[in-house]
Write a protein of this length. Structure first.
Lengths: 104, 415
C-alpha cells in the first residue's frame, strides 16, 4: 500500500501532465479517497519500511524485554525457560573470544 | 571500552586511490591511518601454520589448500614480536591456528612454535592456543599434546554422516565422517572437552531435530553453526533462496536448545546482545558497537609466509587486484602499525568504515552487531561499503529475532 505522501505526488504529477483531463483528475482523487480510507495501522506499516522506524521498533522491543528481565522469576515455579536456560549461555567465556568471527 | 580517540591528531589530508579530492567533511574518516592513536589492541591472532588441508570440503573458501608450505619459526617469531614492538597486546591473547588443517603438521612443530611464542611474549600475559581441526588426524599423541598445553580444541563436523559426507570429503570424493568420528572418540577417551562447528547448508534445513540430536548424542555441549556463506572460491551459498526454511530451522533450533544440552553459539550470542549492550569502541569521537571484524588490528591474520592482514580473517590470501590480495605487509619486513600507513590499508579502511557507517544508517540490528562482516559484504555484494548480506540475515538477524520473540512470549509481551 503506497503512503499518502506518495499518492499525493502521483496525483500532482497526473494533473500537471493533463491539466484539462477531468476524468483523469477524478480518477486520481478517487485513489486518494481509497488511501485515506485505509486504517491508520496499515499506513503505519507502510512507514515501517523506513530504516529508522524499523530500528526504533526493534529497540523498543528490546528495551521492553530488558525491563522485564529485571524481574526475578527464579524463586517461582514459573521461571521462563529462556531465562533459565540462557543463564548458562551468558557465562560462556570461550565464545567471547570468538565473538563476531566464526571460523570454519 | 577502547578509547581509540584519545589524543587524535588529524594528519594532512591525502587522497587515496578511488576517493575523490574535495570530499565533504563528514567523509573525513577516509583519510590516512596515521591518525590512529596508540590505543589499538590485538586480542586475536590467527596463524596459518600451513595452507594445506588433507581433505577437500565443497564449501571451503581457501584458494591454496593444496600448498604444503609451512610457517618458519623465524616468521612466527617476527609475527609475535611485532605485537610486542608495536605495543598491540591486549590484556590477554588468543592464538588460533587455522586457515588450513593445523594437524597436518606434527605435534613437534607446535611444541617448538609454542615455545617461540612464549619466549617472545611477556611472561605474565595469559595466552590461549586454539586449534580448529577436521579431527581426521586426532590420535593419542595429539590428545597428549592438547592436554599438555591446554589447547582449546574445535572440531569441524556437520552432524550425521549423510549430511557431513555431502560436503566434507577427501580429494578422491570419499566421505570423512567415519574418520572424524574416530577422532572425536579419541578426544572423548582422553577426556578432552571440545566445541563443534558445523556448516549448515540447504540440506541441513530439512531436519533440525536430527541435526541437533546428533550433537547431543555425541555429548557435545557447544555448537557453532556456520550458515553456508559465499566466500572466496566458494562463490554461492546453498542458503540463497532458502530464507524462509532457514528462519524455520533457527526457530526449531531454539526450541530444541531450550530443552536440550547443546548450546548453540548463534543463539547464545543473540541472547547476550539482547540482554546487555555491546561494548563500544571509538574512532574520531564516534562510538561504534564492538565488532572485531571491522576494528583495525583487533584481529590479526598472519599467513604461512608472513603476509598479514586484519578485519575478516577469510580475506587474507584471497586474490584481489583492487585490495592487493588483502596483504597489508609482511612480518619480516614491516610492522603492523606501519602497515596502517600503506595504500592497501587505506583502501580497505575506506571501504570497511564506509560499510560500518552504512550499517549504522540503514540496519535495524546495528546496535547488536556493529557493522557486519567485511568478507561477506565483499563476496556477496562486491562492495565493502555495502550493508545487509545473506550472512547478516542468517548469522545475526534471524537468531536475534528468534531469541527476542521467545523472550517476549515468555514475559507476556507478545500474545
Amino acid at each position: 500500500m503506497p503512503s499518502i505522501r506518495r499518492v499525493q505526488v502521483l496525483v500532482t504529477q497526473s494533473v500537471k501532465r493533463k491539466p484539462g483531463a477531468l476524468v483523469g483528475q477524478a480518477a486520481a482523487w478517487a485513489v486518494v479517497g481509497v488511501a485515506l480510507a485505509v486504517p491508520t495501522d496499515v499506513q503505519a506499516h507502510a512507514d515501517f519500511d523506513q530504516p529508522q522506524a524499523r530500528r526504533d521498533a526493534l529497540l523498543a522491543r528490546v528495551a521492553a524485554v530488558r525491563e522485564e528481565l529485571k524481574n526475578d522469576y527464579s524463586s517461582t515455579a514459573e521461571t521462563p525457560l529462556l531465562t533459565a536456560q540462557a543463564t548458562t549461555w551468558t557465562n560462556w567465556p570461550k565464545w567471547s573470544k570468538w565473538s563476531n568471527w566464526t571460523n570454519k | 571500552m577502547e578509547q581509540l580517540d584519545q589524543q587524535v591528531k588529524l594528519p594532512p589530508r591525502r587522497v587515496v586511490a578511488g576517493i575523490a579530492a574535495g570530499e565533504p567533511a563528514e567523509q573525513a574518516w577516509r583519510t590516512r591511518g596515521s591518525d590512529f592513536p596508540l590505543g589499538l589492541r590485538t586480542d586475536l591472532l590467527v596463524l596459518q601454520a600451513t595452507p594445506f588441508c588433507n581433505i577437500d570440503c565443497a564449501y571451503c573458501y581457501l584458494p591454496d589448500r593444496q600448498n604444503k608450505a609451512r610457517m618458519s619459526m623465524a616468521t612466527l617469531q617476527a609475527a609475535v614480536q611485532g605485537l610486542v614492538d608495536d605495543d598491540l597486546l591486549a590484556e590477554e591473547l588468543t592464538v588460533v591456528w587455522h586457515a588450513g588443517e593445523p594437524l597436518v603438521l606434527p605435534p613437534t612443530y607446535y611444541e617448538e612454535a609454542f615455545a617461540v611464542i612464549a619466549a617472545a611474549l611477556p611472561p605474565a600475559l595469559p595466552v590461549t592456543h586454539a586449534m580448529q581441526t577436521n579431527a581426521t588426524l586426532v590420535d593419542d599423541d595429539w590428545c597428549a599434546f592438547f592436554q599438555r598445553h591446554h589447547v582449546a580444541v574445535g572440531v569441524s563436523v556437520d552432524g550425521p554422516a549423510p549430511l557431513h559426507d555431502l560436503h566434507r570429503r577427501t580429494r578422491r570424493g570419499a566421505g570423512t565422517h567415519a574418520t572424524v568420528q574416530r577422532g572425536i572418540d579419541c578426544l572423548k577417551r582422553h577426556g578432552i572437552g571440545f566445541h563443534a562447528i558445523a556448516v549448515v547448508t540447504a540440506a541441513t534445513l530439512a531436519d533440525p531435530d536430527g541435526f541437533y540430536r546428533w550433537f547431543e548424542g555425541q555429548g557435545i555441549t557447544e555448537l557453532g553453526c556456520n550458515f553456508d556463506e559465499a566466500e572466496g572460491v566458494h562463490q554461492q551459498s546453498s542458503l540463497a533462496g532458502q530464507e524462509a526454511a532457514h528462519a524455520a530451522f533457527v526457530q526449531r533450533l531454539l526450541q530444541l536448545s531450550l530443552r536440550g544440552t547443546v548450546v548453540v553459539r548463534e543463539l547464545a550470542q543473540a541472547w547476550r546482545a539482547l540482554t546487555a549492550p555491546l561494548p563500544h569502541w571509538q574512532w574520531r569521537h564516534h562510538a561504534w558497537p564492538r565488532n572485531t571484524q571491522v576494528m583495525p588490528l583487533a584481529l590479526l591474520s598472519v599467513a604461512h609466509n608472513g603476509d598479514f592482514s586484519t578485519f575478516s580473517p577469510e580475506l587474507l590470501g584471497q586474490p584481489s587486484a583492487v585490495y592487493g590480495n588483502f596483504v597489508l605487509g609482511n612480518v619480516m619486513r614491516s610492522g603492523y602499525k606501519q602497515a596502517l600507513q600503506g595504500d592497501i590499508f587505506q583502501q580497505l579502511w575506506a571501504g570497511v568504515s564506509a560499510g560500518v557507517a552504512a550499517c549504522e544508517r540503514h540496519c535495524a540490528y546495528f546496535n547488536f552487531c556493529g557493522g557486519g562482516a567485511p568478507a561477506n559484504k565483499l563476496y556477496e555484494l562486491q562492495n565493502l561499503a555495502a550493508t545487509e548480506t545473506l550472512h547478516c540475515r542468517s548469522m545475526v538477524q534471524r537468531p536475534f529475532d528468534a531469541v527476542l520473540r521467545q523472550a517476549e512470549l515468555e514475559r507476556g509481551l507478545r500474545a
